[in-house]
Design a binder for this molecule. Structure first.
Ligand SMILES: Cc1cc2nc3c(=O)[nH]c(=O)nc-3n(C[C@H](O)[C@H](O)[C@H](O)COP(=O)(O)OP(=O)(O)OC[C@H]3O[C@@H](n4cnc5c(N)ncnc54)[C@H](O)[C@@H]3O)c2cc1C
Length: 411
């Protein structure tokens, strides 16, 4: 594939080194979050060029506190991308999880039911490792990119235009990967007549707190109670991430740390509440909960990956992991195309990715429905939740199904 480049000093870009502006590449990747970076790194390992266009600065992207539970499929992909050393050293293998309702608590043993585990390692760290790898190989990452427009994606000659510091640029390419999250431009590039959207907005959000305190438990605790849902999670042995279900229209600034800790303690079993070490929050934010899927995930030479195509409520820890499975399918399709000229993989991308996406959507919806209190819930509905929790507690078959979904369905 021919490739023309010219170099210039571009002061608006956050890197202080000389930055190349690209006029042609093989794959333009819109969005420098985990999906875009992972795809770019995997393609690089196979000699396929890409340019990543990121609207924000690197520090901004790294400042976002999000996912923390990695499925085996994602950890394998990170190893294939050559960015897993720190994760393998510092990540925590989790062989199970706890589920509580009131003072009742039981454990789902992932290893026993599936032979697999998950790894607790923050999205921020995954993203940092990917940035470092891309920078080490002088990968093309452009920050502070505005007004990205994807052009002629349904033709054989797509291109992308964008601005940096008010100066317009254009890159010609073979393919475009839309990895620009839920609010990006890629999904909207696919015409309405081609696209169908499926959405469920939940009538609550999650108030999350990050604190430099030891986690209350070695494994995650998913808790439900008459006061609502709570999650006790962690990033490392002195960094805890806790969430409580809250109303969607609340403002995190109105929650003092004391109020947060008191509410969390009401929602977890008494023994865990007594053992909870509290401290000042270092981050506090509210996330709305939504299930969303757009179909198809490709249009001509444009492919949507990750949050650009689908969103899940975070209850089953599937957001980042489903983004990774999209990257897997797209990477293999592009690799097949560049190595053999065969387009079967990229032609089937949307079909393959969506088949797995919908299963992750189902699991996230089911787990969310089981554990949250809904404003319009009747006494009967609550009895159904308790009955299902007791079934899950007592049935090895139900536990196996839960564990199979939680550790991640095969690609
Ligand atoms: C508050 C919150 C908490 C979450 N918690 C969890 C969790 O506990 N577990 C879990 O599995 N998942 C969680 N998720 C979901 C998970 O973080 C996402 O699924 C994951 O970030 C998806 O990665 P992505 O690269 O597809 O999208 P993103 O991470 O959204 O990255 C997209 C990137 O594209 C950039 N961009 C956007 N528009 C443009 C544009 N026009 N031009 C150029 N660049 C653009 C953005 O700046 C961003 O850097 C959470 C999400 C949120 C919002």
């Amino acid at each position: 594939m021919s490739k023309r480049r010219f170099a210039l000093d571009h002061k608006a870009i956050t890197l202080s080194v000389k930055v190349e502006m690209f006029v042609k590449t093989q794959v333009v990747i819109v969005g420098g979050g985990p999906s875009g970076l992972l795809l770019s790194q995997l393609l690089h390992m196979r000699g396929i060029d890409s340019v990543v266009l990121e609207r924000r600065t690197k520090d901004y992207v790294l400042g976002r506190i999000r996912a923390g539970v990695l499925e085996r499929g994602l950890t394998d992909l990170l190893r294939e991308a050559g960015v897993a050393d720190r994760m393998d050293r510092e990540g925590f293998p989790h062989h199970g999880t706890l589920i509580s309702y009131g003072d009742e608590m039981f454990r789902i043993n992932f290893s026993e039911h599936t032979g697999h585990m998950v790894t607790v390692y923050g999205q921020t760290e995954v993203t940092r490792d990917l940035y470092e790898a891309r920078e080490r190989s002088c990968g093309a990452l452009l920050f502070n990119v505005d007004h990205v427009v994807i052009q002629d994606a349904d033709s054989d000659a797509p291109h992308v235009t964008y601005e940096i510091a008010g100066v317009s640029h254009r890159i010609d390419c073979d393919f475009i990967a839309g990895c620009d999250g839920f609010h990006g431009v890629s999904r909207a590039t696919i015409p309405y007549r081609v696209r169908s959207e499926y959405e469920k907005v939940y009538p609550f959000g999650w108030l999350g707190v990050l604190s430099e305190t030891p986690p209350v438990n070695d494994e995650l605790i998913y808790a439900t109670s008459p006061a609502g849902f709570a999650l006790c999670s962690m990033r490392n042995s002195n960094l805890s991430r806790y969430y409580i279900q809250c109303s969607v229209d609340e403002d995190a600034a109105n929650w003092s740390d004391d109020a947060f800790w008191a509410e969390l303690k009401r929602r977890i079993p008494a023994a865990q509440a007594d053992a909870l070490v509290t401290g000042p929050s270092i981050e506090k934010s509210i996330a709305p909960l939504r299930s969303f899927v757009t179909e198809p995930m490709q249009w001509g030479r444009l492919f949507l990956c990750g949050d650009a195509a689908h969103i899940v409520p975070p209850t089953g820890a599937k957001g980042l992991n489903t983004a990774a499975s999209d990257v897997h399918y797209l990477y293999h399709g592009l690799r097949q195309f560049y190595e053999t000229g065969i387009s079967d993989g990229i032609d089937a991308y949307s079909h393959k990715a969506l088949a797995r996406v919908w299963k992750a959507e189902r699991f996230s919806w089911w787990f969310s429905s089981l554990l949250h209190r809904y404003p319009d819930q009747t006494a009967f509905d609550i009895k159904m939740q308790i009955a299902e929790l007791e079934f899950l507690r007592s049935s090895p078959a139900a536990q196996k199904a839960m564990a199979e979904n939680y550790v991640g369905l095969p690609y």
